[in-house]
Ligand binder design. Structure first.
Ligand code: PLP
Length: 285
């Protein structure tokens, strides 16, 4: 068990306690981030902080932390938790109120909680070492503000469980127009005829930091064409490659969708090129 942070104190996680009147507990009224850290080096810290600030402002949580408090907190968590391969979980809820009222309470302090958990070593850009996923698909039944990294994750949990119960590691989600949105805890990329495609950002999906960094790297590198555009589920079914991305997984090849092989059913060449680029550049953000 590791050392966590709760409202100003570092303490063993089993001693960290919040009130059942915390609005994060009662309403899922909060936002969170997961920042990966490998041997003490964080990936994408700056964009993670920017997304967190947008999230706080989108749901109107006033948090008067200085610029330096978040990096200080993260470095201390790394120090306290052994600096291996860690996911740093950062969570801010609206705070603890005396009554369970939907309206925002006045003059309560946000609850800030953080802890570190072990994550798998980053993928090695090698087809033989890749750990491909098989996935389910389902109609996206979540709320209309999926661009906010809300702690209210019941929709995501149910979608993830749906895939799990079918022996799959993720569930790809599509909207009423049969267009791919994202997965329950990942963004999704598709490769067709050598072009990397991913759906454009809007309220239907989280602006993933891995997605952002990967697109940026691919564009700067320039060797593989990239397009952000709507992708139908028929295109997913006819794709040469499918990948899912998240901070703790980086780029994961998907070789089977709903029991049907993707392309030739093997980990693809473009995945290899993308993961090679990501591995080489991920500490630059
Ligand atoms: N989409 C959803 C719904 C997620 O929960 C996550 C990560 O947890 C992602 C996408 C990927 O985001 P990131 O790359 O910032 O980890």
């Amino acid at each position: 068990m590791g050392i966590a942070f709760l409202n100003g104190s570092f303490l063993p996680i089993e001693q960290a306690k919040i009130s059942p009147m915390d609005r994060g507990f009662l309403f899922g009224d909060g936002i969170y981030e997961v920042v990966p850290s490998y041997q003490g080096k964080m990936v994408g810290f700056k964009p993670h902080m920017e997304r967190m600030k947008h999230g706080l402002s989108a749901i109107g949580i006033p948090l008067d932390w200085s610029q330096q408090q978040w990096p200080d907190l993260c470095h201390r968590l790394i120090e306290e938790n052994g600096s291996g391969n860690l996911g740093l979980y950062l969570h801010i809820s609206r705070g603890t109120d005396s009554s369970r009222s939907h309206g925002f309470p006045k003059a309560v302090d946000p609850t800030v909680f953080a802890y570190a958990f072990e994550i798998a070593p980053p993928p090695i850009a090698d087809k033989a070492m890749a750990k491909p996923y098989s996935v389910s698909t389902a109609r996206d039944m979540r709320w209309e503000r999926r661009h906010i990294k809300s702690t209210a994750l019941l929709g995501n949990v149910l979608h993830f469980q749906y895939g799990l119960e079918r022996g799959h590691g993720e569930t790809l989600l599509y909207n009423a127009d049969n267009e791919l949105t994202e997965a329950s805890a990942c963004n999704v990329f598709v490769v067709k005829n050598g072009t990397v495609l991913t759906p454009p950002l809007d309220h239907q999906k989280l602006p993933g930091i891995t997605r952002f960094m990967l697109l940026d790297m691919l564009r700067k590198d320039g060797r593989i064409p990239v397009e952000e555009r709507a992708i139908t589920m028929d295109e997913v079914a006819g794709a040469d490659e499918v990948w899912i991305t998240s901070s703790s997984k980086e780029i994961v090849p998907v070789t089977e969708v709903d029991g049907v092989p993707v392309g030739n059913g093997q980990v693809g060449d473009i995945w290899l090129a993308a993961q090679t680029l990501y591995s080489a550049n991920k500490f630059n953000y």
